[in-house]
Design a protein around this ligand. Sequence first.
Ligand SMILES: [Zn+2]
Ligand SMILES: [Zn+2]
Length: 275
Amino acid sequence: MFNCGLEFDCLLKVGSYNIFMNVVRYYPFAGLLFALFYLWKKSNFFRYKIQEKYPNVDKIKKEIVQSFVTLIVFSGIATTVYILNKLDVIHTKMYRDPELYGGVSYMILSFILITIWHETWFYWAHRIMHHKKIYSYVHAVHHQSVNPTPIAAYNFHWIEAIFEGIYVVPFLLVLPMYYPVFLVHTFYAMFLNMYFHSGFEFYPKGFTTNRFFKWVNTSTHHNLHHSKFNGNYSLYFNFWDRVMGTNFKQYEESYEKVVQKRDFFQKSEELTPIQ
Ligand SMILES: [Zn+2]
Ligand SMILES: [Zn+2]
């Protein structure tokens, strides 16, 4: 937001603004989801829980602390991009005039393109991080959450956090993006990430076998990745996992078990006579 130059005072403002924006949009929303599912309406939402057990408090504390490392890295990337643009080393194509590039139709196209790019970047970076020579040094931090909560969404080692955040830079070097659309993308990415780590599944029966919806990922999909590790690597869509054959074989079956458990609890509640 700031456009004040390269003086120390200005860089301090840019850096602080980036940290502030990252922190205020992450912790309150992740915290709200956590409070709702794990504390306030815990018994109401239990039927939607993917794993029956709840994670222990120490794991949750680690997720809160480690997410802060990721937020600092994301802010560092944004500040570095600002500096490199000012130094004319790079020229990212973010724009603020809604009339440019054909207006709304290009805005929608750029949103679709960054989603496809993010999906592809995430899948392949994720698979590299599961390589046995890399996994224990970097990605193992994220997998400490075997039973994740919404606060595990940004629970990354700082090296992984760089890969998680830097994908936007090559995209913005090639394709222009309207700043508010870029913000919508980052919010969308963050919220879906929280949902995929929430530990809860709200999608309906048959979702993973429907000819259209099977291409969209569920919360169960990423939850299985956390409990079983080497499979289900994709992000928003079930495209790369299907093409590369990396979905867990029992994915659809596990999904249906989660939905059946939900229906079972719902029916038994309905059958319980009111006292
Ligand atoms: Zn992983
Ligand atoms: Zn994860």
